[in-house]
Design a protein around this ligand. Structure first.
Ligand SMILES: Cc1cc2nc3c(=O)[nH]c(=O)nc-3n(C[C@H](O)[C@H](O)[C@H](O)COP(=O)(O)O)c2cc1C
Length: 213
């Protein structure tokens, strides 16, 4: 049977490695993100529940995952779930960071090998594009010099709005990588572009970026 490769091309790059049984390509091998710290920013989309699976996939690859949630995100999924899955404290509030002498968002920004924002709302894209620092995630973003990956999820009309299109252009202009969104049935009842890209595909892009150094 013809071997299947991941979309990121990592399997292809690692000559001779074929897909494992279970439809999970070898780029997803245990340990492929060992020693890497991924900060996962979660914002207030209906797709926020998928962050749980995302954390699981990153952890399986042995990434050290720290979740930072916007206040809106906590309406969709509990911090405790993501804390248990990531095995690290989850930060939701700039004013309750805890820990040592250094502000938590600065410490975490320095520690990150990659900042993944998934799902990224229209609101968060706007705040990031315009440099607002009014919560934990946006403050961390400004302090972070690691590669940034955004996976937007929203209603198709929100995604197509000139304001969102412009914000994406600004963020891409900074070298940030967008993964998705993809087309499909949206939670808002519409069909179109705006669905969070499949979490496996998101993780493949993270692996590819971190493998490329
Ligand atoms: C039920 C519900 C679902 C929502 N889903 C989305 C979504 O998928 N994408 C989005 O951009 N905004 C969505 N919103 C709106 C955001 O939650 C809202 O803009 C919020 O201020 C985002 O805050 P944040 O970007 O700080 O997380 C939704 C709101 C509600 C009430």
């Amino acid at each position: 049977m013809e071997p299947k490769f991941c979309q990121a091309g990592i399997c292809r790059a690692r000559k001779g490695l074929l897909e494992r049984p279970g439809n999970d390509c070898l780029s997803g091998m245990k340990g492929s993100l060992q020693g890497k710290t991924v900060v996962l920013g979660v914002s207030g989309s209906i797709a926020a529940y998928k962050a749980a699976e995302l954390v699981g996939l990153l952890r399986r690859r042995e990434a050290d995952v720290f979740v930072v949630m916007t206040a809106a995100a906590t309406r969709f999924i509990g911090p405790l779930t993501l804390q248990s899955l990531s095995r690290n404290p989850v930060t939701t509030d700039l004013w309750a960071e805890g820990g040592g002498w250094q502000p938590g968002h600065i410490e975490l920004a320095d520690k990150a090998d990659l900042l993944l924002v998934a799902p990224a709302t229209a609101n968060l894209m706007a705040r990031m594009a315009h440099g607002l620092a009014d919560d934990e995630l946006c403050s961390l973003y400004l302090a972070c010099r690691a590669p940034v990956v955004l996976a937007p999820a929203m209603n198709g009309k929100m995604y197509d709005h000139p304001a969102t299109v412009e914000n994406r252009r600004i963020l891409e202009g900074r070298g940030h990588v967008f993964v998705g969104p993809e087309e499909g049935m949206l939670a808002c009842g519409y069909e179109g572009q705006g669905r969070l890209l499949a979490v496996e595909r998101i993780v493949e892009r993270v692996e590819a970026l971190l493998a490329a150094g």
